[in-house]
Design a protein around this ligand. Structure first.
Ligand code: ATP
Ligand code: MG
Length: 477
């Protein structure tokens, strides 16, 4: 993973990073709120020794004091002073517990000792610090007086006494939150990378081409409007979605140039991957380019074309197959010019059998003769064989994969099902690609590439293909 991939990953998974950082920061806030505040009171001790009047005596005395302070600091943290302080103040703690709250440090090259005492109560912190220092002064006095009545060798003076601390030193909210933010961001990035490594959904052109073994012919953006009205209004619509279908239309005409596919099945591995919506709009895009198009609902288990296009769903493909009506009787014109629809008809008990029958083949042949393009919507391949059976009888299948939802293994399995029945895969279509936010990077990148490649030649290809189809129909007839 190079830096660019990493940046893309962070853009795609910024929600994971932010949510993790937020959770850890909240944890830090809770920890801060739950931490018992501790106050710190400080005193400063000065160590002096008896020294003579000469310069060398002074120097020796100073050196002696500096050596002394290190031992004094140890003594300050020791049990004796702690116990004396407890006795003096009548505290209800053990000497060890008090020792843990005492810090004594020596400033290098000085004879000063800083004493710090932590306590839940600011007043007690001050009292302990002051009493501890006084007790220490007395202790040093005892220790440094070789015989009673003689001047001690060294003396300690409390140079600065403790006052009542106003602010607790623990917890430190700013530090805790900063640490929480840093750790949270790191953890979030780690999680984002992990999720990316574990994510086996289709999210890029490479993935889709690798798994399907065929090229990507279309990228359909996620469009909220499509949920309300599945048919894109090509006449008035120049949105990204309409453009995407126009590009798909162009690309279709490059598939098998010597024998361009005219009966195309739209299928996918799982439900709700946008098969029906894509089928409708491919048909509309082809109709917009002056082709006569028929849209066939080959999903006899969960038909949706009639519902999506406000048509009669009670008669259709299954009616013709059962012999109850002729094809011309059930073909429905639509409000869109040059687009007819063969709905699914009543749901039969044996769709796979019906779709694989000679009668179904005959219907598709009749439609092929009547129209420039026959676009067949179908059922998901992993659930039933209907889609594969239809694709085997058609010129090939376009396989749809939903961005970030379709899993690589599912798609590979679906391709296996198509290969198994000898159906050819014409190309893959990535559906519901986010146009912004998570994942949009791939969309813009690949879509942009496709766009640049196709844009200048669209008109030329359109005409060439229209001519080709017309010639083909004439020869079929
Ligand atoms: N490009 C898109 N942008 C936004 N929503 C979409 C898009 N394409 C399809 N949808 C929505 O996704 C849902 C499933 O779409 P559709 O019915 O076309 O999928 P399907 O693969 O045919 O499903 P089924 O397997 O049930 O037949 C629908 O609610 C549809 O409106
Ligand atoms: Mg469908």
């Amino acid at each position: 993973m190079n830096l660019r991939d990493f940046a893309k990953l962070l853009r795609a998974r910024w929600i994971t990073v932010c949510v993790t950082a937020l959770v850890v920061v909240l944890g830090a806030v809770v920890y801060t709120l739950l931490t018992t505040p501790l106050y710190q009171a400080s005193t400063r001790l000065f160590v002096s020794t008896n020294s003579g009047a000469s310069v060398s005596d002074l120097y020796q005395g100073n050196l002696f004091s500096q050596q002394r302070v290190l031992s004094y600091a140890e003594l300050l943290r020791g049990e004796t002073v702690a116990q004396r302080t407890i006795d003096k103040l009548g505290l209800d703690v053990s000497a060890t517990a008090l020792q843990a709250r005492i810090k004594a440090s020596v400033k290098p090259d000085t004879v000063l000792i800083d004493v710090q005492v932590l306590d839940e109560s600011p007043v007690r912190a001050r009292d302990v610090a002051n009493t501890l220092s006084d007790e220490f002064v007395a202790l040093v006095n005892e220790l440094e007086t070789p015989t009673a009545g003689v001047r001690p060798d060294a003396r300690v003076v409390v140079e600065q006494r403790a006052s009542i601390p106003t602010e607790p030193v623990v917890p430190n909210p700013v530090r805790n939150i900063a640490i929480g933010l840093g750790l949270g961001a790191l953890l979030g990035v780690g999680l984002a990378v992990l999720r990316d490594l574990l994510d086996n959904t289709i999210k890029s052109q490479e993935d889709l081409e690798e798994v399907t073994g065929s090229s990507v012919v279309g990228y359909i953006p996620l469009d909220k409007e499509i949920r309300k009205s599945p048919a894109v209004a090509f006449v008035s619509d120049n949105s990204g979605t309409a453009e995407a279908f126009r590009k798909l239309r162009t690309n279709l005409q490059f598939l098998a140039v010597d024998n361009p596919p005219r009966v195309i099945v739209l299928t996918s591995s799982s439900p709700a991957e946008g098969k029906s919506t894509t089928a409708i709009n491919i048909a509309l895009a082809l109709a917009e380019a002056d082709h006569e198009v028929v849209l066939v609902d080959g999903d006899m288990r969960r038909p949706s074309l009639a519902k999506y296009l406000d048509l009669v769903g009670e008669v259709g493909f299954s009616t013709v197959l059962s012999g109850a009506a002729s094809l011309t009787e059930v073909l429905q014109p639509t409000k869109f010019p040059r687009l007819s629809v063969l709905a699914a008809g009543p749901i039969p008990p044996n769709p796979s059998e019906l779709l694989g029958s000679l009668a179904a083949q005959k219907v598709l042949s009749e439609l092929r003769a009547k129209f420039d393009f026959v676009i067949v919507d179908s059922s998901p391949l992993l659930a039933v064989t209907d889609g594969a059976v239809l694709a085997a009888g058609a010129d090939g299948a376009l396989i749809a994969a939903r961005f970030g939802k379709t899993k690589r293994d599912q798609l590979a399995h679906a391709i296996g099902n198509l290969n198994h029945v000898g159906a050819s895969v014409l190309g893959a279509v990535m559906t519901m690609m986010p146009t912004r936010g998570s994942g949009s990077y791939s969309y813009n990148y690949y879509y942009g590439k496709a766009h640049d490649d196709q844009q200048p030649k669209e008109g030329v290809r359109q005409e060439a293909s229209a001519r080709h189809v017309k010639t083909k129909r004439a020869s079929d007839d």
